[in-house]
Design a protein around this ligand. Structure first.
Ligand code: CP
Length: 364
């Protein structure tokens, strides 16, 4: 049966990039046009807790990005994919993007939200354990999205939680859905990343300004980068630390067999990088710290023409606002696309990929 066109957000007059800013908002359509979504890759996510970027295969990341691209172009709410599902967003640490984009994703899919925007409105303020809070959540919802300052918070709540948990950032641990948002932005920017590399095509030089071992978003980004290693010629980590990885991540890098280098000399490397991932804020011990703050980018930085910058935000002085209206800015696309990749993930984890409108081109 021919696929009928879906109502799009273009027709609805929303979610379109501002005029003249196409280079900052890459077109999602090319990711799914003529490329059906392979549901068999997404079905294993049904009922799974998402704790680490290590959990995702390359095929799962690509199929999630294709589904996100559909959801970015389609007005999905009338199809009610999450009807009857209740999601708790439990944020025990500050957030602008992650909680709001998850909540937007649930609402756009016609699910319902119980929002806990800060720890002090829960029993944690009275010393209640995360395990006991998790036991309560079992009765209240179908899925929990947790952000916490403590790296072992997911482990603590999973002591009693029986519904799936999505880790929305745990101390210096991981931020796996941020990594999905990062790679969704990159796949829209360069669709070739969604397919095996064509022999002879130049590979990407990936740069990281930051310390992956201490910065959860950078760590999860790097872990997903290893899935795309066939598209990457080299990863250059520019950090103040002599060992910016820690043992686990060093083992991941060695296991992937990717070519990588560590340096503290930004000037020597910047003009060779195609993709630059940067961050400076890390929650270390009991407070926010600014790491690697001497590595700054601005409009005068010797960036390679065509290079793009990713930043999970919030930013400080390391990323000048004078780059915002240049084609190097992929960080706004990265932030805006997060709502759609989170929609895709929620649809898969809550077992609702069969409730997508039948006009969406899927295969099993
Ligand atoms: N990228 C990110 O995690 O941002 P928030 O801290 O605002 O959620």
């Amino acid at each position: 049966m021919p696929h009928q066109p879906l109502p799009t957000n273009n027709q609805a007059g929303i979610l379109e990039p501002p005029p003249g800013s196409d280079s900052l908002y890459p077109e999602p359509r090319r990711l799914f046009e003529n490329h059906p979504i392979h549901l068999r890759e997404l079905r294993p996510l049904n009922g799974q807790s998402i704790l680490s970027a290590r959990q995702f295969s390359l095929a799962q990341v690509v199929e999630l990005c294709k589904l996100a691209a559909v959801l970015e172009k389609v007005e999905i709410t009338p199809y009610h994919p999450l009807a009857g599902k209740i999601v708790v967003t439990a944020f025990f640490e500050a957030s602008t993007r992650t909680r709001t984009s998850f909540e937007s994703a649930v609402l756009r899919l016609d699910g319902k939200i119980i929002s806990i925007p800060e720890a002090r409105i829960t029993g944690a303020a009275k010393g209640e354990s995360l395990a006991d809070i998790g036991e309560m959540f079992n009765a209240y919802c179908d899925l929990v999205i947790l952000r916490h300052t403590e790296t072992d918070a997911p482990e603590q709540i999973l002591g009693r939680l029986r519904v799936p948990l999505i880790n929305a950032g745990n101390g210096t641990g991981e931020h796996p859905t941020q990594a999905l948002a990062d790679w969704y932005a990159l796949l829209k920017w360069n669709n070739a990343l969604a397919a095996p590399p064509v022999p002879g095509t130049p590979k990407l030089q990936l740069g990281i300004l930051g310390t992956p071992g201490s910065m959860r978003a950078v760590k999860s980004f790097l872990l997903l980068a290893l899935r795309f290693k066939d598209h990457i010629s080299r990863v250059t980590v520019i950090s103040e630390m002599a060992d910016p990885f820690g043992q686990d991540l060093s083992e991941d890098l060695a296991g992937a067999g990717i070519d990588y280098a560590v340096t503290n000399d930004i000037q020597h490397h910047l003009d060779q990088l195609d993709v630059i991932y940067m961050n400076s804020i890390a929650f270390l011990g009991d407070s926010y710290k600014t790491l690697d703050a001497r590595f700054k980018l601005n409009r005068s930085s010797p960036l390679k023409p065509g290079a793009v910058i990713l930043h999970p935000l919030a930013r400080k002085e390391e990323l000048s606002t004078d780059l915002d209206d240049t084609p190097h800015n992929l960080y706004f696309s990265q932030a805006h696309g997060a709502v759609f990749i989170r929609q895709a993930l929620l649809t898969a984890v809550l077992g609702r990929i069969d409730r997508l409108p039948n006009q969406v081109h899927t295969v099993d």
